[in-house]
Ligand binder design. Structure first.
Ligand code: ADP
Ligand code: MG
Length: 886
């Protein structure tokens, strides 16, 4: 057994794997680990066996291969999925091989074929997917600054396409919003090592280069309109045509079957939505927390009151792409309002939706051919809820709710087909019978009757033999080896008439017999049973195919239910936490009255969260400089403003008493290095490059949050940078900005920058201790309260007292006395400030040996009012001094 160790480095492993496997007649084809189905095992051979044995911790054996032995290992057919899952997790692809001929009819070796290649981005298996998450495969083509993307989730049947231009960073931001499990790179892109490397390092998933030669591309372009009916209309640029062709070619190569559930292309332009780069999504903890990357504690976690998995996935997509269209935002808000104003309706809608299964994934599996009878029954049960759900919505006064209801297709035909065909409690297996309802198919009914009659004939025979022989314990039984037989216990053997039965088997306590007529009847029963199982399978697949023909209708119903689900979750949240409908508009005013941080509020005790106002506009209050000591609530305040904007633009209500939200095109965030908890990334360099990103890309319609920028370097550097950045945003960018800093010295900026306003997180000192009020009030903070915060943190009393003493002296501009315990005069030890002290006696002597310039400088330094100067003024002063002395 392998002991638990660090997780293997997948990127390396994949590299090795790809190198070894990149060969084959088709360009770019890969030979993945091959599994062959043989009886009840999947077997692996050669290197595949060696690798799999190691990864799966199973025994490596070998078999005779002529001159040498062939390494081999196997996994049971029925539990293969768990092994496949492990291999996929480790970054492998798995090819499934099946015998494609009937072994009894085949001449020589039975023909085998790869029936499907499972890759991380093409998983269809229910147990390998997370219900609440999409599983995207992203295909890319183009160049570093212009790419087309096709993001497909085979398990739900959705396919989004877009063309992107701009910096590679911005393009990667868009791609990363899909959190792809696998990326298929056009070969020409894959050849650009730097681009490939960036993609790899940012997205950390399996990357497969894929190419098409001119011949196959031409052939594909003829097939594409059949697969995607909107292809000619939507794919009107060379890159879009190429990316969809590439996707289709890869799916064909790996899936080896028709994919009817994948027909609808959704083309969008990233500029239709609010842009949220990866840093913003991460820093605002939209779908995962900063620290541990968990859903719990994120905005998604709070909002996810959805009743279905489809709703949960849609909510995540909405959070990734907030709207810019006022019309669409209003439409969503109207529905939330309608649901919120009718508690009864909200309750009833929720109750109904809870009974709806994951129609999206069910539809995909049905169409893919991997759904069983239970899946079809789940569809049926879901469909039986729809009429009631519709009725409830139609009773409401809300027009958009009614419209949504009217668009819901009940699929009554599909429901009654499944209902007529399948039994209520169907087995998991589709190949062992027991699926089709009595009365659905005449021939099947007859076959079942033969079996049933046969069985009662046998029961009658048993009774007859008991009567004739007088053996009361005589039994007729069945097993797979002998079929039906008569069993007599040892103690009764003497009662069996001679030559009445043929002896078949002797056991310790009994004797087993058969008779010709019993065998004849057995043949009838078994034939009928075998035939009926086959027939049931045939009938089942027919029904499944018929349902698959309606997959588009099922998908659009699923979409509607998912939308209703998310909106109802918004209503529930609004109800629970008393959110209000924000007035969203296209003007410049952003005004929040008594706003709260949705997540912090939810995890603090009721009534303890302090609500705060926020007001920003382009005219007077473009930049809010938020000062205040650590722990005073600056970060929370800034994030709550951004979260309220995002909530507004996904159509949700917001945690505030009132809110007026001007539509924001992008949110940028930079959380100072010292606050950035995510290990590894918290370097000053990253801090600056993210800030740079915001300065370059933001427009007047953007919202920028800069939280303690400049903290990652020395005080003066940091302050100077912070100062310059604020000025630049104020003068050149024009975006609404919240800028927090614990350098209270920066509050002076209010005098020189007309659209900058100071606010600060209020604290008071009580009995020498700082108390955070978490209240954001106008004006700048006057001090840092650093020592008080340190005291709260439990630093030793001596340290605190000494620090307070030093601070007082510093503020007075005179040195503090030594704290070494002895008197400063007599100890002979230097006090902290000794080196700076120039005694009056020596001052004159020193001065007399100085040049006139040096004397001037000394005088200027002496007069310089350090405590009332900005860092910038200090630097300038220093610069002048240097010039004088040189
Ligand atoms: P800062 O950024 O100023 O250091 P934070 O925003 O990180 O401070 O807030 C520190 C802690 O104070 C938070 O973890 C939260 O528990 C609490 N807090 C912040 N804002 C509020 C508020 N408005 N009401 C109640 N508690 C708050
Ligand atoms: Mg902070």
């Amino acid at each position: 057994m392998r002991t638990a160790g660090p997780r293997p480095d997948l990127s390396k492993r994949r590299a090795v794997y790809a190198e070894r496997c990149t060969y084959g007649s088709e360009r770019g084809s890969e030979k993945p680990a091959v599994r062959r189905r043989q009886g009840a095992l999947f077997l692996l051979y050669f290197e595949d066996a060696e690798k799999a044995a190691e990864e799966l911790e199973i025994t490596l054996t070998s078999r005779d291969g002529g001159s040498e032995r062939i390494p081999m290992c196997g996994v049971p057919y029925h539990s293969a999925h768990t092994y496949v899952e492990k291999l996929i997790d480790q970054g492998y692809k798995v090819a499934i091989c099946e015998q494609v001929e009937d072994p009894s009819a085949a001449k020589g070796v039975v023909k085998r074929e790869v029936v499907r290649v499972i890759t991380p981005g093409t998983i269809m298996e229910e147990n390998m997917l997370v219900d609440q998450e999409n599983n995207f495969l992203v295909t890319l083509t183009g160049s570093e600054n212009q790419m087309a993307l096709a993001a497909v989730d085979l398990s739900t049947g959705e396919c989004h396409i877009t063309e992107m231009s701009g910096s590679l960073d911005a393009i990667l931001d868009e791609i990363s919003s899909y959190r792809p499990k696998e990326i298929v790179l056009d070969e020409s892109l894959a050849d650009q090592a730097a681009v490939k490397e960036q993609i790899q390092s940012r997205l950390k998933c399996l990357i497969t280069p894929h190419g098409m030669d001119a011949g196959s591309e031409k052939k594909l372009s003829e097939e594409l309109p059949a697969q995607f009916p909107q292809y000619p209309e939507l794919c009107d640029t060379p890159f879009l045509r190429k990316v969809v062709a590439l996707l289709f070619s890869y799916l064909k190569q790996t899936q080896k079957r028709a994919l009817h559930h994948l027909q609808r292309l959704h083309r969008y332009d990233a500029r239709q939505y609010m842009m949220l780069d990866e840093a913003a999504r991460r820093n605002l903890e939209l779908t995962a927390t900063l620290g541990e990357g968990k859903k719990k504690g994120s905005l998604l976690w709070l909002l996810d009151q959805t009743a279905t998995a489809m709703g949960s996935r849609l909510l995540k997509k909405w959070l990734d792409k907030p709207l810019l269209s006022l019309e669409e935002i209003t439409r969503r808000q109207n529905m939330v309002e309608a649901l919120l104003s009718d508690f009864l309706l909200l309750d009833e809608v929720r109750d109904r939706m809870k009974q709806v299964y994951d129609l999206e994934r069910l539809a995909a599996r049905i169409s893919y051919g991997s759904a069983n009878a239970r899946d079809l029954n789940s569809v049926k049960r879901s469909l039986s809820i729809i009429p009631e759900l519709k009725e409830k919505l139609l009773q409401s006064d809300s027009r958009p709710l009614k419209e949504l209801a009217e668009k819901m297709d009940e699929l009554a035909d599909v429901k009654s087909l499944i209902d007529e065909a399948l039994v209520e409690e169907a087995p998991v297996s589709v190949k062992e019978g027991g699926i089709i309802r009595e009365g659905f198919h005449e021939e099947l009914d007859q076959l079942r009757k033969i079996q049933k009659d046969g069985k009662s004939w046998i029961a009658e025979l048993e009774q007859k033999e008991r009567d004739t022989t007088g053996i009361k314990s005589l039994k007729i039984r069945y097993n797979r080896v002998f079929g039906y037989y008569i069993e007599v216990t040892k103690s009764n053997l003497h009662l069996v008439p001679k030559d009445r039965y043929h002896r078949k088997q002797t056991l310790a306590n009994s004797e087993r017999y058969i008779t010709p007529e019993l065998k004849e009847r057995e043949q009838l029963i078994l034939n009928a049973s075998e035939k009926s199982v086959e027939l049931e399978y045939e009938l089942f697949t027919k029904v499944r195919d018929q349902v698959a023909d309606q997959v588009q209708r099922l998908q659009s119903l699923a979409e509607r239910v998912a939308e209703l689900d998310v909106l109802h979750a918004f209503a529930l949240i609004a109800q629970k936490y008393q959110y209000v409908r924000p007035k969203v508009h296209t003007g410049s005013q952003l005004k929040i009255k008594a706003g709260r941080h949705p997540v912090v509020e939810a995890v603090t005790n009721t009534g303890e969260f302090v609500a705060n106002d926020a007001e920003l506009d382009q005219e007077d209050r473009q930049v809010l400089l938020v000062t205040g000591p650590n722990m005073a609530g600056k970060s929370t305040y800034m994030r709550q403003v951004a979260l309220i904007v995002i909530l507004s633009q996904i159509g949700s209500f917001v945690p505030a008493e009132e809110a007026e939200i001007s539509i924001v095109d992008r949110v940028f965030t930079r959380i100072g290095a010292a606050d950035d908890l995510t290990g590894g990334r918290s370097t000053f360099m990253v801090e600056m490059s993210e800030t740079c990103h915001a300065l370059k890309e933001a427009t007047r319609r953007s919202l920028i949050l800069l939280d303690e920028v400049g903290r990652g370097t020395s005080t003066y550097d940091g302050m100077a940078l912070a100062h310059a950045i604020v000025e630049y945003i104020h003068d050149h960018v024009g975006a609404k900005t919240l800028f927090s800093t614990h350098y209270h010295e920066l509050t002076k900026l209010e005098e020189s920058l007309s659209r900058l306003k100071n606010v600060h997180a209020q604290c008071i000192e009580r009995n020498g201790k700082v108390v955070f009020l978490h209240r954001i009030v106008p004006g700048g903070a006057d001090r840092s309260y650093g020592i008080q915060v340190a005291e709260l943190a439990g630093l030793p009393k001596e340290v605190i007292t000494r620090a307070k003493q030093l601070l007082t002296e510093l503020e007075k501009g005179t040195p503090a006395p030594s704290n070494t315990g002895a008197s400063p005069d007599s100890s002979g030890q230097l006090s902290l400030f000794d080196p700076l002290e120039i005694q009056p006696a020596t001052r004159e002597t020193a001065a007399s040996s100085l040049t006139s310039e040096e004397q001037e400088v000394l005088e200027a330094v002496r007069k310089w009012d350090l405590m009332n100067k900005t860092p910038f003024e200090c630097m300038q002063f220093l610069h002048e001094i240097k010039q004088k002395l040189n």
